[in-house]
Design a protein around this ligand. Structure first.
Ligand SMILES: [Zn+2]
Ligand SMILES: [Zn+2]
Length: 317
């Protein structure tokens, strides 16, 4: 069973390698793996989270067995208490190590002149599970008879953690307050998030926003890179271009066995594709490699996420 957990670790490292592979043309197959990893990164991460939970249980059990047979200091009284306390301690080190590597993002509120307030959060992927597995594998390498396999897993996991720390998410949100007293809508919240991948190596020289050529770059589209602060400033202003319209409320009356069973409320809105952030390079106009737009409706004390329609045919001014 532990071997399947090792296969998962290698697969995860492989996915992150593909994801971070510089965006040059690597041939059809590698390009496809890279683009698919980028497009489905949320789902992929979710799957790896489930796999990680399972392997943490398996690894802890393996460590229990290894400690029981090998560790000299355990050959005295209170053996099981020591093993139990040791395992709990290792899990705690892994958990808090992961939190230390990827602290919770603190939102920054900024006032964009002449526009209004935006909330900006810069976050990196959480590595708590990988760090916990890393600590367990290193401990297994110390105590189990076979050291090679836990060390291979530890290498793959360190690599995954390193790659994860290179993926940033910039989340920018703003609110539209409704001043129309006749409507129960209090406000709309627009949240735009964008994955910022470090290209690994330079895609093109210099940041396209400030024209300086130093410091690491973050990829926006598949061929232009920027400084994180440059692209954040730009997005903080750019989110005011996103103006949802055609806000619609749908109330569906539910019946169960012919008896009234409450109403189901849903909201929808439309956004023009031309208003969504596109690469700031003047000759590019490509969308971000991976982005997400969410609109939430606050009605009275209720909060509803709106389903979005993207309009591609709006008149280009
Ligand atoms: Zn710059
Ligand atoms: Zn571009």
């Amino acid at each position: 069973m532990a071997s399947s957990s090792r296969a998962v670790d290698s697969l995860e490292a492989g996915i992150y390698t593909a994801l971070n592979t510089s965006l040059d043309d690597h041939g059809r197959v590698i390009n496809w793996i890279r683009d698919t990893s980028i497009a489905y990164i949320d789902k992929i991460k979710q799957l790896f989270t489930y796999a990680s939970l399972a392997s943490i249980v398996l690894l802890t059990r393996d460590l229990f067995d290894a400690l029981n047979g090998r560790a000299v200091f355990l050959n005295s009284s209170y053996r099981w208490y020591k093993i139990g306390a040791g395992s709990v301690g290792l899990l705690a080190i892994g958990y808090f190590g992961g939190r230390w590597l990827t602290p919770e993002a603190v939102p920054e509120t900024r006032n964009v002149e002449g526009r209004g307030a935006v909330k900006i959060t810069e976050s990196i992927s959480d590595t708590t599970f990988q760090t916990t597995k890393l600590i367990l594998n290193i401990s297994l390498a110390c105590f189990s008879k076979n050291r090679l396999l836990p060390l291979l897993s530890a290498t793959a996991l360190s690599y995954t953690i390193f790659k994860n720390l290179n993926i940033k998410w910039i989340v920018v949100s703003r609110e539209i307050i409704n001043n129309n007293q006749s409507s129960r809508i209090g406000k709309l919240r627009i949240t735009y998030s964008q994955m910022m991948i470090n290209p690994g190596k330079q895609t093109e020289d210099g940041c396209k926003e400030c024209a300086k050529e130093d410091e690491p770059k973050i990829v926006f589209c598949d061929s232009h890179a920027y400084h994180t602060s440059c692209i954040t400033d730009w997005l903080a202003e750019r989110i005011f271009h996103i103006r949802p319209y055609d806000l619609k409320k749908t109330v569906t009356t539910k019946y169960r066995n012919g008896v009234y069973d409450g109403n189901e409320i849903s909201w929808s809105a439309t956004v023009d594709d031309k208003d969504l952030p596109k690469c700031p390079h003047p000759e590019c106009e490509k969308p971000a490699l991976k982005s997400d737009l969410g609109i939430v409706v606050y009605e009275g004390s209720d909060v509803y996420p709106a389903s979005l329609k993207i309009n591609n045919n709006s008149d280009r001014a």
